[in-house]
Design a protein around this ligand. Structure first.
Ligand SMILES: [Mg+2]
Length: 228
């Protein structure tokens, strides 16, 4: 069994000024401060950057060509702000205990997040749960695709999961639920981010938070076999 956790709104909340970090990272590449479009929840950092580029006048092919250097710049900028990001971080209720209980059930855990590997490592890498979640190791990370749903097969592959391996995604946005549904795997939604039960009803299970009684059993019970 492979259990994949989202980060923001699922395991932790932060006070990071994300738009400011993206602006600081992309300013040297563009020569000006990019203006932001509408805020979208649950998108990958790669999509966020591509949208910022096209919103600010680059063609799609120009934007795509500049993505590698932008991802690099985003990683460097985030690492520069690591101390303040970690200081402003609050773990969601029950997150640590749920991760440790799931790991004790001998389930394999990983991250499936819109954050790039480097951003995920800044956000969680120093915490005890990082070991069970293999933060920065195998998983699905936001530099790999503009489509969150693509990260499911990547996580499966990177984690060396078997054919028909039971998988479940734990996340806080309709985008997490959609990524699971598109791949036929289980979905557990938590209401610790920007969305409530009414927005997340498509998930197999909706929990108020990871501290909810039976949360661990619900996650284990929601897993479904992944088929390429
Ligand atoms: Mg999230």
């Amino acid at each position: 069994m492979l259990i994949c956790f989202d980060i923001d709104g699922t395991l932790m909340r932060d006070t990071e000024d994300t738009p400011a970090i993206f602006t600081e990272a992309l300013r040297p590449l563009l020569g000006f401060d990019p203006s932001a479009g509408d805020e979208e929840h649950g998108v990958t950092d790669l999509k966020e950057i591509r949208d910022l580029f096209t919103w600010n006048g680059l063609t799609e092919s120009e934007a795509n060509g500049r993505l590698p250097e932008a991802i690099e710049a985003l990683g460097e900028t985030t690492e520069r702000h690591a101390a303040e990001i970690r200081a402003g971080r609050v773990l969601c209720p029950g997150a640590e205990a749920a991760v440790e209980k799931l790991a004790a059930e001998s389930a394999a855990l990983c991250l499936l997040t819109g954050n790039t590997r480097r951003r995920a490592t800044v956000k969680l890498g120093d915490l005890p749960l990082a070991r069970s979640l293999r933060v920065g190791g195998p998983g699905g990370y936001g530099e790999s695709s503009v489509h969150r749903a693509d990260l499911v097969a990547l996580a499966w592959e990177e984690c060396g999961a078997g054919e028909d391996e039971d998988m479940v995604l734990v996340g806080d946005t309709p985008a997490d639920v959609a990524a699971a549904k598109l791949n036929g795997v289980g979905s557990v939604a938590v209401c610790t981010g920007a969305f409530g039960e009414g927005d997340l009803g498509a998930a197999d299970v909706v929990l108020p938070d990871l501290a909810h009684p039976g949360a661990v059993e619900s996650i284990l019970g929601a897993a479904r076999p992944f088929r390429l």
